[in-house]
Design a protein around this ligand. Sequence first.
Ligand SMILES: *Cc1c(COP(=O)(O)O)cnc(C)c1O
Length: 231
Amino acid sequence: MTDAIASRLEDVRRRIQRVAEACGRRPSDIRLVAVSKTCPADSIRAAAAAGVTDIGENYIQEAREKYGALTDVPVKWHFIGHLQTNKAKYAVRMFDLIHTVDSIHLAAELDRCARRLDKVQAVLIQVNIAGEKTKSGIAPEEALALVREVASLESVRVQGLMTMPPYFNEPETVRPFFAALRRLRDEIRAEGPPNIGMEHLSMGMTGDFEAAIAEGATLVRIGTAIFGERL
Ligand SMILES: *Cc1c(COP(=O)(O)O)cnc(C)c1O
């Protein structure tokens, strides 16, 4: 298992480097988040041994178990799933970056929990870039207003935007959505409050990360290409 993860990881890194160079970006400006949902803690340990520095998890309960078993493994933890307000306190304890804030209600609860821990919680605003009815995320036209509201919270800091586009894993079909998220980021950067960061664009998964990097992704969330097919 360890060898398979290491060699898949090397392949992913090579692909990131190739596409970054092809579009004139520094490979070091693109951070790989290895998405380990459904994988055992040992897989994360193997990935970390092979050089992974950032881990992405979708479910709080599952993350708590692995986090508890991996306190000796020096990785940063990213939350990329749907976060219920009543789980905010666990999320704030574990995660360096929460990618999926899409309401002021959730942001305010994270702010309360972070203040109690004397922490400033880094977050991304999740945008429903194609306006799909069934998907989480704030509508693009409401994103700037939400960023303004979140910016007024003391213990939460916005660092950018995240999206899950429709038809993911079809790179050429999703590419316009990645471009749209980048334009929205630029707009918010130009018009938004000064005390926020807009440095991150979290977009791109196993099937479409190259297109996402070409459109400016700084965080790519890759599971299958590193850990293999999920059971
Ligand atoms: C599962 C998941 C990923 C990784 O998907 P792969 O196709 O396995 O790379 C990325 N982002 C989110 C939000 C996910 O839920």
